[in-house]
Write a protein that binds this ligand. Structure first.
Ligand code: WT7
Length: 644
């Protein structure tokens, strides 16, 4: 066992931080005991076209939440226009290309111009307030312009990660009934080309309602062209006026939909609205990253995930920050890239995922140590539990024992960081996300749904609404209620397990449902299973996670072939390709075991608990096997298991 050492806040960090521990405690207590007063003050950090009259109306039974009711605002006015008086020439976005020789600096004035032109181009193509626009883009500044242009005119964006397959893209376009897609000819990652436009073409064969695709020219690669539908982005914006009024939006008007995986069914369109989301993203950015004017901030996420939405685009820009956007990957041209980019752009705050840290750790210290990193002041972690070994490496090797690490727990559904240290306030314990952010009331529940007091373990739930809470599952509000508000009535159920220690610190232990977290990608086991059983040779499939050194979790698939089918390496390969086609290559099983039969109860239910144990190579304690219909099945699976 790795000894966990407490890292107290240093005097120098505390001295220059926004809040110290006492101030955190006071502000936190106030946010819970006097939410009206607390949020009135905080909401004044945004520009409102019309003031709100009621702080919040929420009802967890009905999955209902509304914040800053009656208020009118526009996200892009807050992220761009209001900064122009004081920081028009300040850099808003630093773009670092896949190729280390390519980068760009976009000022707030330029950002205003780009966003307005694109907003006008969208309008010219008939996109209106409330319409859905799909964004399927590489990590280029146009991805941020696209999100902001939608927000400018009140269109609802649905960003789909560029790693998703044409089929997965099609399903998301159809579910949200998008009428416009913004994409690029190709993406560029580590010298690999991603055929985005071709994927869109394939997806749109089944999407008759899409009338427009705007195509950013990134690589000038060969693509097909559909003149009635496709327009080059640069052509579309060229003739447009560089001013476009910001649409006044209601606090509760939708801002975006973002699809995420659950334990059952197809991915859910998580719906976020305008006022509460923006304030959540903005406030957490300010306090968690302790952001100071003029600092350079870099979040390595992709805009296709919520981290990119809240902490590359909306949170930083709402604060008038300089946000770095990176097109490439951590190991191209070599594994020193992250640290070189930090030196090149003098990055002060760096936010990444444990899986990236673990992958880079394998290469040793040399690629890190040949860079300076003297500009770094603060490090962040997000997406999965960070193991203490990786934490210490990040702290000592990357941060030179100087930079606090904020381990931020949150979800697509929470919109913004929920549990995290504040650098000037919170003593750190490697592996713990520590304490709740202002206004967040986490609880641990036992199996009966009772709150656990003091130190203990249970499922992590949230007791009361918070501003950036998920508002609905797009097109299926009942699913919101069923997924988050039914298992433990009166609470928001996170799907995570957690432990609380004697200091009140939270330690997230991972998902308690059938959701996997593979290299920070959230994948439902049911989605992978559905893909596998599409193959004619497959009778049945069960997918579970197992611990993986770099990815956090790996995907372990048990597959039962149809009678008369002989398992083979070629067939295994076909199945991996099928998952890649249905979802994306990031969802391919790491290990695939042919299973003549799956362990089932007498009533025919697959005993996933046992499959999980076998995949994890935890054979001492298989738990209760007395309900198994046929114990022999388990022994044969154990004999042929992959992960020993
Ligand atoms: C799930 C949410 C939130 C942005 C990225 C992921 C896991 C996230 C942490 C953390 C332990 C974490 C949880 C959560 N998770 N951050 N700091 N420590 N676990 O968003 O794709 O919606 O996934 O990621 O299991 O439920 P997401």
């Amino acid at each position: 066992m790795f000894a966990i050492e407490r890292h107290p806040v240093s005097d120098s960090v505390r001295a220059q931080a926004l809040v110290n521990n006492e101030q955190y405690q006071q502000l936190y207590q106030r946010s819970i005991n006097d939410p009206d007063g607390f949020w009135r003050e905080q909401a004044a950090s945004l520009d409102w076209f019309a003031p709100w009259h009621t702080l919040t109306e929420s009802n967890f039974q009905e999955g209902q939440a509304a914040w800053f009711i009656g208020g009118k605002l526009n996200v892009t006015h807050n992220c761009i226009d209001r900064h122009l008086a004081t920081r028009a020439d300040q850099v808003a976005i630093i773009w670092e290309g896949d190729d280390p020789h390519e980068s760009a600096h976009i000022t707030y004035r330029q950002l205003h111009d780009k966003v307005c032109r694109l907003a006008n181009a969208l309008k010219a193509r008939g996109v209106e307030k409330g319409h859905r626009v799909c964004i399927y883009m590489p990590m280029v500044p146009e991805a941020a312009y696209a999100m902001l242009a939608c927000a400018r005119i009140g269109a609802i964006h649905s960003v789909v990660f560029g790693g998703f397959s044409p089929d997965a893209l099609r399903d998301r376009i159809l579910d949200a009934d998008c009428t416009c897609v913004i994409t690029a000819d190709e993406g560029l990652r580590g010298a690999k080309r991603i055929p985005l436009k071709n994927n869109v073409d394939q997806a749109l064969k089944d999407c008759p309602n899409v009338h427009t695709t705007l195509v950013v020219q990134r690589t000038e690669g060969d693509i097909a062209w559909h003149a009635e539908r496709d327009i080059w982005y640069h052509d579309a914006v060229r003739a447009m006026p560089s001013n476009c009024p910001a649409e006044p939006m209601d606090s509760e008007d939708p801002l975006f939909i973002l699809y995420t995986s659950g334990s059952t069914g197809t991915p859910k369109g998580v719906l976020h609205t305008t006022g509460g989301y923006l304030l959540g993203a903005s406030l957490t950015f300010k306090y968690v990253f302790d952001y100071k004017d003029g600092e350079i901030y870099w979040c390595t996420a992709d805009v296709g995930w919520i981290t990119g939405h809240s902490y590359i685009v909306y949170g930083p820009l709402a604060n008038g920050a300089t946000t770095l956007m990176f097109e490439g990957v951590p190991n191209y041209p070599d594994t020193s890239r992250f640290w070189q980019v930090i030196d090149k752009h003098q990055v002060n705050i760096f936010y990444t995922a444990p899986t990236a840290i673990r992958a880079l750790m394998r290469d040793g210290e040399a690629p890190v140590k040949k860079t300076s990193r003297a500009s770094l002041r603060l490090l962040g972690s997000v997406g999965e539990p960070i193991n203490p070994e990786a934490w210490e490496w990040y702290y000592h090797v990357v941060g030179d024992t100087r930079c606090p690490i904020v381990d931020t727990w949150w979800q697509t559904e929470t919109g913004a960081i929920m549990i995290s240290p504040l650098p000037g306030a919170t003593d750190l314990k490697p592996g713990s996300a520590t304490r709740p952010f202002f206004g967040v009331q986490p609880v641990l529940l036992d199996e009966q749904g009772q709150e656990i007091d003091g130190a203990g373990s249970g499922v992590l739930a949230i007791k009361a609404s918070w501003p950036s809470q998920i508002r609905s599952v797009y097109g299926d509000h009942q699913r919101l209620i069923d997924t988050y508000f039914s298992a433990y009535p009166g609470y928001y159920f996170t799907g995570d397990g957690a432990r609380r220690d004697e200091d009140g610190y939270y330690w997230i232990t991972g998902r308690v449902d059938d959701v996997l977290n593979v290299s920070g990608h959230r994948i439902g086991t049911a989605e992978v299973e559905s893909a596998l059983v599409l193959h004619d040779a497959v009778a049945e499939a069960a997918v579970v996670g197992y611990p993986h050194d770099v990815k956090g979790q790996g995907i372990y698939a048990y597959v039962t072939p149809m009678a008369g089918i002989e398992p083979s390496a070629a067939l295994e390969d076909e199945l991996r390709q099928l998952v890649s086609k249905e979802i994306g290559s990031f969802a391919k099983p790491d290990l695939l075991q042919w299973a003549p039969a799956l362990p089932k109860t007498r009533s025919g239910k697959i005993m996933r608990r046992i499959l999980r144990k076998i995949a994890c190579n935890e054979l001492d304690n298989l738990g209760d096997t007395s309900t198994l219909a046929d114990e022999g099945v388990v022994n044969s699976l154990i004999d042929a298991r992959h992960n020993r």
